[in-house]
Design a protein around this ligand. Sequence first.
Ligand code: UD1
Ligand code: MG
Length: 450
Amino acid sequence: MLAVAILAAGKGTRMKSKLPKVLHLLGSKSLVEKAIDSCNLVQPDRQLVIIGYEGKQIENALNYLPQVEFVEQTEQLGTGHAIQQLIPHLDDFSGDLLVLNGDVPLLRPETVQKMVTIHQENNNSATLLTANLPNPQGYGRVFCDENNFVTAIIEDRDCNATQKQNKRINAGVYCFNWQKLREVLPKLSTNNDQQEYYLTEVFDYLDQVMALDVDDYSEINGINDRRQLSAAYEILQQRIKDAWMMAGVTIIDPHSVTIDESVKLGIDVIIEPQTHLRGNTTIASGCKIGPNCLIENSQLGENINVLYSVIIDSKISSNSKIGPYAHLRGGAQLGENCRVGNFVEIKKSTIGHKTNIAHLSYIGDATLGNQVNVGAGTITANYDGVKKHPTIIGHRTKTGSNSVFVAPVTIGEDVTVAAGSVITHDVPNNSLAIAREKQRIIENWKMKSK
Ligand code: UD1
Ligand code: MG
């Protein structure tokens, strides 16, 4: 059996924030969610998050994860004290306990898996991640015997000058044999510079503790302030973009592009500069996105071009062209081979295949058929000040420039609507609808001069 405990009770004073530190976002996920994700490959039987400062907020943020148990540490008396709070919760648990810091978001699931495997294969009482840092300042230093077994961990502030020379640091990621850890937890003292209960003191009492160096020490970066948060975001972005480029995606000017981890891309997608892909977004092969696009929680079929546009919570079928300057949102759904162009907003509407909405339109709460041509400046007036109403436009209908559809209204198939019409009544199939004042000419007319 394997349990994981994530330390998340601290305030994170240096973030200077109303939000507890572990709820700060790194892309689409909070630091604590990233810590939970790093256990994906080891699949723990129990997941415990130790909360304290603003614990309710953390509980609320994670309540979509039913497997997570919350353990309260009412006073933050140190990392050892935090782990002591687990004792009543893991009373009948037998197996290993993985301990992760909630502020270490870049740890790879593969690294955690490797550590757990080595721990179990060697039957260690504990295994911990270490790294040799060029600048180890601030970290606990790890001391080992001639067989690479850990003898002690001494916090930076408790080290003497010689001990500070040791560059091997404690990453704060551990795997413990829970029975052995539980036996020694009551022995912890506050005999240190901060007068806290340090978890690292358990290594004074445990035998057979193995240190495992990480290959890539960017993984163990802890987040203590917003500069470190932004540095970690950059590392994460680099990983994501490198992985997509290796998988057959072209990214022009990667520095100006951001891609959330949750995004999925097909081969031969081309991402142009200043493009941001977020949330649950999927982009199929052959699409060309950007420059200057924001796409969030949207699904794009193959060979779509998007230029200078914002697409949120929408779905677009293959071979359509979007932009420049289009805004699709709130459940817009587009068929194949559509064209949505300059200054067009589409909200919560379903658009059929080969339909064009090319210039200056608002289409909201509407259903448009196939091969509809929406003239420049066409507006669906969907809101009466209290409620939203639907507009339906049938196949092959053409709306004239500057026509307004006052919803609820239904326009049939193969209809032509004259330019400048304000349509307030339903229109049958195969008809022409004109709803505007007839043009009058007054001949030989001149403005009166003063
Ligand atoms: C800790 C380690 C240090 C290691 C470093 C790696 C100890 C004593 N030291 O130091 O050896 O090099 O991590 O980043 O463990 N927390 C609680 N309750 C508490 C105190 C802390 O939940 O009472 C949580 C914090 O919210 C944080 C984590 O534990 O997520 C680590 O605490 P922090 O005070 O940052 O420890 P470090 O000084 O970084
Ligand atoms: Mg820390």
